[in-house]
Design a protein around this ligand. Structure first.
Ligand code: SAM
Length: 334
């Protein structure tokens, strides 16, 4: 499964035919020209403008209630007593949207936060563990784990049973990961620092794997304005190459008939459907319906490259359509 050879199919994704026609929109929204060109292709001109307008505003904050430690109804009441206004979300059971917050305390400075009653987390970012549906008897690998938002949700959904192996490459991100695991009371997690390439060498056939891949963060333009100009097309290509390697390591570590969720906080087809297409065509994984009640279908054709029709079952979330960060997730079976 050499990623370099199969990557040739995706080369035209990194070629921009842009002759300056999107300069006006790009300047208006403070993003790079090539990005606008792609948004227009994906969403149409009006859709692209709505998407970009919604990226000018930071999304509403949200929290994930940790029912390992507190009943979610009780958490809502306690937070409302402090002046927060929260609402439940129909499509993610532990998600609470913050509609209003007092000037103090901040969300990260309440006693409830310190006690691990909640995790500050984007709503879309809660979906990958939920869609993986881990059971209390599963052995689960979180292949790119820090800072642990999804690791700790896996533990929660498994009622602290079974095992979650949380792998993280960067030494300087381990402390935050450990601290979140402790704060959230996740006791079924084993932490491992290392490159994802070590996973297949562990000799474990995991029941389920979460691959929340390192990406350009093109779904976080509202939250982090630096992302509007940070990623060049050649950098996007490097992300794709890394993502294809990671999904290959994940596939090698998954048991037969096991399930994997691949996700990114990006709306870029280059790091979303293209990576899934690669996994279907060259690794032999199959796309499965994630049965989540939110999101648009995956894109089957982009910049003249056709992806496997099954990528339609992947889900894309957009700020202007779903009120979330831009996000992508896909459920795969081996
Ligand atoms: N899932 C995390 C959460 O929800 O809190 C966020 C994961 S973040 C998108 C990707 C993580 O992968 C980063 O912490 C990064 O350091 C790590 N990473 C990048 N390359 C890696 C590799 N080759 N092997 C393992 N981890 C890697």
């Amino acid at each position: 499964m050499p990623t370099d050879v199969h990557n040739k199919k995706y080369l035209s994704l990194f070629y921009s035919d842009n002759r300056g026609e999107w300069r006006g929109l790009a300047e208006k929204f403070g993003v790079l020209d090539y990005m606008v060109e792609r948004y227009v292709q994906m969403l149409g001109r009006d859709g692209a403008e709505m998407f970009l307008s919604s990226c000018l505003i930071p999304p509403k904050k949200s929290i994930r209630c940790n029912d390992l430690k507190i009943d979610c109804q009780r958490l809502q009441e306690v937070m409302e007593e402090k002046g927060f206004k929260l609402s439940r979300i129909s499509w993610i059971p532990h998600g609470l949207l913050i509609n209003n917050a007092p000037s103090s305390p901040s969300l990260g400075a309440t006693l409830e936060y310190l006690k691990g009653y909640y995790y500050i987390q984007g709503l879309a970012s809660m979906l990958p563990p939920y869609a993986l549906h881990p059971s209390p008897t599963d052995t689960v690998l979180d292949l790119a784990a820090a800072p642990g938002g999804k690791t700790t949700y896996l533990s929660q959904l498994m009622h602290n049973n079974g095992l979650v192996l949380a792998l993280e490459k960067k030494r300087n991100r381990m402390r935050g990961l450990l601290s979140n695991i402790n704060r959230m009371g996740a006791t079924n997690v084993v932490l491992l620092r290392g490159n994802a390439s070590i996973a297949p060498k562990l000799g474990i056939n995991f029941d389920k794997i979460l691959l929340d891949a390192p990406c350009s963060g093109e779904g976080l333009l509202g939250k982090d304005p630096s992302r509007r100009t940070k990623t060049t097309l050649s950098r996007l290509r490097e992300f794709q190459e890394e993502q294809m390697k990671l999904i290959k390591y994940a596939a090698l570590s998954l048991k037969k008939d096991g399930l994997m969720v691949y996700s990114t906080c990006s709306v870029a087809p280059e790091e979303d459907e293209a990576v899934i297409d690669f996994a279907v065509e060259h690794i032999g994984l199959h796309v499965v319906d994630p049965k989540v009640k939110v999101g648009e279908p995956g894109i089957t054709e982009f910049k003249g490259v056709s992806f496997d029709p099954s990528v339609k079952m992947c889900r894309r979330l957009y700020p202007h359509l779903h009120g979330t960060e831009g996000f992508f997730l896909c459920l795969l079976s081996k």
